[in-house]
Design a protein around this ligand. Structure first.
Ligand code: PLP
Length: 419
């Protein structure tokens, strides 16, 4: 333990967690009279002051509608909104800003692709390949598209170690496969899928791939060109940005060929009652007034994360995960799920013998510790693990070893109560 602490202390000189914590006002409060340990970052992250300020500044100074106005405020709002798009483009290294579509979040991004690209490509007897890890938002949109087209889902199983079974994945791709849709980092186990390799395997057969990056972008650097992802989806609120804003990246040639998802203002170039011509990318997919303040807040979040540095974030979180794993391993009756540490990001998912995860969640809340207990929107995965639910402590770079100590000690007390 001392060695781990020493190693952590050494990390602290490179990664000043106390300094970054000062940037997040919500972290500095008591819950039920105890200092808050916020370990529910996979559900949503806290926001740095820079993001809060960006939103306040927008509404205080620049608020106007985008793309349509001829007045100064509208020009400023448009500039802010388009600067946000360019910031996202650089963040994921997309080739062009028009490949970045603003949506409400990962869920809407996947629905958009399933309802446009998916419906266009699917026919009777075709297949969409998913993995056993998927979040409901990467299952149900495909189920709906498949039901309509009499196509079906094909699910790649998970290994006992909590990883995708790569050989079975390769075998599951057939002449009937029209689409692959896979999670990058599992929200329930933390598994980092080898998406670059999985995409290459699908591309050998000419099959396009969507990557659900909801849990990846805050923890690992993402380069959509290097991955060669056809579509990549993520949510702002899991990346220290606001809720109600997210991103769909799509390769320009694919987005060009897709029909619109929603129809209305801004997505057209001309309308008559006989015929409508659609706008260019990305506006074809951004019908109606967008979440302007959300996009500006998201850009501020990305700029903040880039200042801290994703490589440093990943290294620090890895040490936290290592430390947390050791501390939890010491709790009698505790079982951790997921792959080995080198293939895992930021998630400690576990059960405690004879104690329901919801009871654990309630008791931990009384101790000031915010975690999530439940199926994590991954009911098929829970069934595969043979449990109804797990407790999930999910980390961000503002978490500390002290919070993990607080968690382990509280779990030890839970264990005593339910002995
Ligand atoms: N995919 C994964 C892996 C997630 O963890 C989540 C949210 O928890 C989603 C998709 C859905 O994200 P949102 O609710 O922001 O649309």
């Amino acid at each position: 333990m001392i060695g781990v602490r020493a190693a952590h202390a050494a990390t602290d000189t490179r990664f000043d967690v106390d300094a970054v914590r000062k940037d997040f006002p919500a972290l500095h409060q008591e819950v039920h009279g105890k200092p808050l340990a916020y370990l529910d970052n996979a559900a949503t992250t806290q926001k740095p002051q820079a993001v809060i300020d960006a939103i306040v500044n927008f509404y205080s100074r620049d608020n106007a509608n985008v793309h349509r106005g001829v007045h100064l405020l509208s020009e400023r709002a448009t500039a802010g909104y388009e600067h946000a798009r360019e910031t996202v483009r650089r963040f994921v290294n997309a080739r062009e800003a028009r490949e970045i579509v603003f949506v409400r979040g990962t869920t809407e991004a996947i629905n958009l692709v399933a309802q446009t690209f998916g419906r266009q490509r699917l026919g009777e007897g075709d297949e969409v390949v998913l993995s056993a890890f998927e979040h409901h938002s990467n299952i149900v949109p495909w189920q709906i598209a498949c039901d309509e087209k009499r196509a079906r889902l094909r699910v790649v199983p998970m290994t006992g170690a909590g990883e995708i079974a790569i050989e079975e994945y390769a075998r599951s791709l057939t002449d009937r496969t029209r689409m692959v849709s896979l999670v990058h980092v599992s929200n329930a186990l933390g598994t980092i899928n080898p998406v670059r390799r999985l995409i290459a395997i699908a591309h050998e057969r000419g099959i396009p791939v969507l990557v659900d990056g909801a849990q990846a972008v805050a923890h690992v650097p993402v380069d959509v060109q290097q991955l060669d992802a056809d579509f990549y989806a993520f949510s702002g609120h899991k990346l220290f940005g606001p809720t109600g804003i997210g991103v769909l990246y799509g390769k320009a040639n694919l987005l060009e060929a897709m029909p619109p998802y929603q129809a209305g203002g801004d997505m057209i170039s001309s309308v008559t009652f006989e015929r409508t011509l659609y706008n260019t990318l990305p506006y074809k997919f951004e019908a109606g007034t967008p979440n302007i303040a959300g996009a500006i807040g998201l850009a501020a979040a990305i700029e903040y994360v880039q200042r801290v540095g994703l490589d440093r974030i990943a290294a620090y979180e890895h040490e936290l995960l290592d430390y947390g794993t050791r501390r939890l391993d010491d709790v009698p009756g505790l079982r951790l799920y997921g792959p080995p540490l080198d293939r895992k990001a930021a998630i400690l998912s576990f059960t405690l013998a004879n104690v329901h995860p919801h009871d654990i969640g309630t008791i931990l809340d009384q101790e000031g510790i915010a975690i999530r207990a439940g199926h994590h929107c991954c009911q098929p995965l829970m069934r595969r693990l043979g449990v109804d639910a797990t407790v999930r402590a999910s980390l961000a770079f503002y978490n500390t070893v002290d919070e993990l100590d607080q968690l382990a000690s509280a779990l030890g007390r839970v264990r005593e109560v339910f002995r």
